[in-house]
Design a protein. Sequence first.
Length: 357
Amino acid sequence: MLYHAIKPLLFRLDAERAHDLITGLLRLVGDVPLARAVLQAWFAYEDPQLSVSCAGLHLSNPVGLAAGFDKQGTLIAPMAALGFGHVEVGTVTPRPQPGNDLPRMFRLPEDHAVINRLGFNSTGMSVVARRLSTTKHRIPIGINIGKNRTTPLERSVEDYVATFVALVSLADYVTVNISSPNTPGLRQLHERTALETLLRELMEYNQRLPHPRPLFLKVSPDETAAQLDDVVRVALDVGITGFIACNTTLARDGLCGQSRDETGGLSGRPLTVRARESIAYLYRSTAGRLPIIGVGGVATAEDAYGHIGAGATLVQLYTGLVYEGPGCVQALKAGLVRLIRRDGLSSIQDAIGVKAF
């Protein structure tokens, strides 16, 4: 309720400036134990029916924070207090880079959407590693890795490997981001030969660890069925853990917001159906053998439940927070419990993939 009271004021600010203001306040809350405890008490909602297992990880609920919101790993404590079951940090690049020129985030309130062209703005792997090494957390943490803009595509494997090696010991899982539309040429890594080379190299390093981490691949929603088939074949051949479906889209179908022609990736409500189709396609293509984290257009319990029914084990949100505020996590979890009970299921785990075929 408080968020919706201040939302009109926030929406008068540039989207990125408003994001920085909110995340700055959350960092302050996270650094003060009493404030963090109050936040947790305010937004607390857990139910054993929401507990779920994914890639060997056990989570209290399936709702996570998508990569992009906490790029530098500074918000884990307050996001845990808000009730997220996991947080994905990043995208993190090997070297610091500022990202694209401002302005680079645009709200489309009429569409409940956001367009961003941030371009992997990152403090770099060394800064994130130092921060995470001193951060105590009680929920699983994913780290999303990418390449620097100035690294030639043919040398991108070096960037991914360097970032993986620097951060993997601090992660509960690692996500390989080849699907952002805001780094030139990045999506070419979906091509079968390039993708196989990248994933095999990362898997080789992963298998050397005393405790290898789950390795997820984040895919684009704009790939054709044939392209996704190639991605699935490579994933199965190489033996990665699973997929994150999906990143932002370049499509602009049916938008009415004034910023609809801005370049960048579109997220929010217009992505819901496209993301769910990608989830279901990947689930069917792998016969449910590889877990999927569903992201794209999740703002309500119905959105999350639909993604889970399509084959997602976990879901993530970002743009939903922009429009619904921090209370949406609590509301989303309570809504999932109602939907589980409506359908006569014993847990959220039982809902995975029931509508994929």
